[in-house]
Design a binder for this molecule. Structure first.
Ligand code: NAD
Length: 595
């Protein structure tokens, strides 16, 4: 906020910094000086009107159509007078509380979740301040709508429910012009980009440009959960085509109707995008999101030491799973190194989880080899063992010296894991006999069914509790309702990387970290685990309630910033009190006064 006090006078003008650019501010100062001479520094409403024109604040209908500035019926009498809103709004000035009440009433009346999603999206397009107030204050209720599972449904139907574009769409046709496209984005101070090429949207597969719902949803969560102002966020879709026949044949599909770019053409396209971002939005954190397995690891490795980048599906999932395991051990006792993890799904999420477990085991004194021996993998072709000839790349270090077994139930009964972690995207993979086996092997089996959306979960909360007589320590990627079993209500938490990425992003931005490191995700996992209370555990939840998500994100951000300073990656001076500084950065939606 700029505060201009005129010498010797009592007139003070406060102009919100985000309402104008530097050039306009200089012109305003000239005007202020001029006015000071002419009027002795006293500003009547008419003069304020001129000033508002000078700073470029839209007036009248244009103001009501600007989702960042709009307040709907909450514009005050003075604002209505000065900003040309008389007659454009009903007479009674309403409070934000009243607007929230109306929003909730309408939201709850909507017939289905997709209807609720569309309702919220249109509110976001109309009045961002109100949207974020509602989402933040009712996060538990809103999260399943703006994020998994409903966002998955929205992506499946994106071309059919499409109303207006959000974010930047960069297609294969835009080769050579990507920086020009980025310059079309109206905001200049972008701090975080979530980018997808739509190849692996949740567990739903290749949705091409229809995957845009995910970057939009993730960035909404950056704002709601970690208070990163929406003006600093930019969702991007790299539309490189799709292999999805249904979309290629759908007249309402919004993306390029061509097969996916592959090989050098793909890599060159991504490279141009990365270079363009460095040019147009330097210092921006890039989150790679829902890329296909073949590209996700490669891109992260190629860019993580060159720019500021993370892959949430790999690193964020690893951190949230590790935090859940730490909490689970508080219930079942023992150390991480005493566990045997059976990870079902050896893709981005699974390998990310194993990498963080290995980091944690190293802290408990294990060698990398000993750590890997505690992580067993199953992929679509069975147990990951050395005798398999088809294993490539990142799975290889986890191939165990063991006979090959194909069937998951036999694998569980043979290996006797203490923790069964599902990240396969295959619905119902954890059958009743498998869950019962986990219950026979363990007094308190750890069962995480992390695949998204709900339709891809390996098992439901009710499945896990029923098969184990309520003894399972359960978490799921998408939310499940509490389960009543033998007079006890078990309310499992969502084991979702939403607990991690907003805080990591905030910590990176706050410290100005040049890179995002594995140590930051490890610190994030520990910070998250430290916030789980005995009450949470008693409810059957290995994470804090979502209602505490902003506190969680702030704590993670502080932990991540500490790592950035310790690793000498920070480019901002170290604040005296990191947690207080982090909190001071967090956007809190509320209407500003314009006059
Ligand atoms: P991916 O495509 O990289 O990997 C999927 C893995 O599952 C592959 O190794 C594949 O071989 C294996 N698989 C497929 N069918 C199988 C079967 N029948 N039995 C055993 N393994 C099988 O995908 P990913 O990025 O790892 O994501 C997987 C799932 O995890 C998705 O549903 C995704 O939504 C979910 N996920 C959840 C979170 C979270 O925060 N909860 C985060 C990231 C990913």
């Amino acid at each position: 906020m700029y505060k201009v006090t005129l010498e010797g006078e009592d007139a003070v003008i406060r102009i919100k910094r985000n309402l104008m650019n530097q050039e306009r501010f200089s012109r305003l100062l000239d005007l202020v000086n001029l006015e000071a001479v002419l009027e002795g520094g006293r500003f009547a409403a008419a003069k304020e009107k001129i000033l508002i024109g000078m700073v470029g604040l839209p007036t009248g209908a244009a103001l009501l159509r600007d989702p960042v500035l709009n307040k709907d019926a909450a514009f005050t009498e003075a604002e209505r007078e000065i900003l040309g809103l008389r007659g454009l709004l009903p007479a009674r000035v309403q409070t934000m509380e009243e607007q929230v009440q109306r929003t909730l009433e309408n939201f709850r009346k909507k017939a289905g979740n997709l209807e609720k999603y569309l309702f919220l999206i249109s509110l976001q397009d109309r009045n961002k301040t109100l949207f974020y107030r509602v989402v933040i204050d009712h996060i538990q209720e809103m999260m399943p709508i703006i994020y998994t599972p409903t966002v998955g449904q929205a992506c499946l139907e994106y071309g059919h429910i499409f109303r207006r574009p959000r974010g930047i769409f960069i297609s294969a046709k835009d080769r050579g012009r990507i920086s020009e496209l980025l310059r079309n984005w109206p905001q200049r101070e972008v701090r975080i980009i979530v980018v997808t090429d739509g190849e692996r949207i949740l567990g739903l597969g290749d949705l091409g440009a229809d995957g845009m719902g995910i970057p939009v949803g993730k960035l909404t969560l950056y704002t709601a959960c970690a208070g990163i102002h929406h003006a600093h966020t930019l969702p991007v879709t790299l539309d490189v085509g799709t292999e999805n026949e249904e979309l290629l044949n759908d007249p309402l599909y919004i993306g390029l109707k061509q097969r996916r770019l592959r090989g050098a053409a793909y890599d060159d396209f991504v490279e141009e995008f990365i270079v363009a971002v460095q040019e147009v939005f330097p210092r921006t954190l890039i989150q790679f999101e829902d890329f296909g397995n073949v590209n996700a690891f490669r891109l992260l490795e190629r860019y993580r030491d060159r720019i500021c980048a993370l892959n949430d599906d790999i690193q964020g999932t690893g951190a949230v799973a590790l935090a859940g395991l730490y909490s689970a051990l508080r219930i079942r006792g023992g150390k991480l190194k005493d566990q045997k993890f059976l990870i079902v799904g050896a893709g981005e999420a699974g390998l990310g989880i194993a990498a963080l477990i290995a980091a944690a085991l190293a802290e408990e004194g294990l060698t990398p080899e000993e750590a890997r021996q505690r992580c067993w993998f199953v992929d679509s072709k069975g147990l990951v063992v050395k005798s398999r000839g088809d294993l490539r790349g990142r799975k290889l270090p986890y191939a165990q010296e063991h006979e090959f077994i194909w069937d998951l139930q036999t694998i569980v009964e043979t290996l006797k894991p203490t923790a069964l972690i599902g990240v396969s995207g295959k619905q119902g993979l954890f059958t009743q006999p498998i869950l019962e086996a986990m219950g026979r092997i363990n007094d308190k089996p750890i069962i995480f069914s992390l695949s998204n959306p709900t339709s891809r979960a390996e098992c439901t909360a009710a499945d896990a509790y029923t098969a184990t007589g309520g003894r399972a320590i359960f978490a799921s990627g998408s939310p499940f309702d509490p389960v009543d079993l033998e007079g006890k209500t078990l309310a499992p938490a969502q084991g979702n990387n939403v607990y991690i990425f907003p805080g990591v992003g905030l910590g990176v931005i706050a410290s100005g970290a040049r890179h995002v490191t594995d140590e930051m995700f490890f610190a994030a996992a520990r910070a998250l685990a430290s916030l789980v209370t005995a009450d949470d555990l008693a409810r059957g939840s290995v994470y804090p309630p979502l209602a505490r998500i902003r506190e969680v994100s702030a704590a993670i951000a502080a932990a991540v910033a500490e790592v950035a300073y310790a690793q000498e990656l920070a480019t901002r001076p170290r604040p005296e009190d990191i947690p207080a500084f982090i909190k001071s950065l967090m956007y809190e939606p509320g209407y500003q006064s314009y006059v």
